[in-house]
Design a protein around this ligand. Sequence first.
Ligand SMILES: [Zn+2]
Length: 112
Amino acid sequence: MKSTNSTTTLRRRRATLLRRLRSLKPEFLRGSLIERYKRCGKAGCKCAHGRGHGPKYYLSLSIPGGRPEMEYVPQDYVEQVEDYLANHSTARRLLEEICEINRELLRRREAL
Ligand SMILES: [Zn+2]
């Protein structure tokens, strides 16, 4: 947040960010989509020499202090899950910037 911006500019920017945040559909998923290939272990299967069968998709969610939780994502859901993840990143970016503006207002001892 540039400290050269006027308080009015910051408030306007915050209002814009809030409008964008509100315009998002509530289609959020947190985590990341990962691809996995697996060797089936059957004798003579071509996968023994390749990277394996797949890709299979999983939604991986990191848990503080624990192992990530994995959710199998059927192929038909992959695109939707990607959209939901992207939507979450957008929401997070908007929220972060709003917080940054509020922090700057606090520094200036302005009304929040
Ligand atoms: Zn195989």
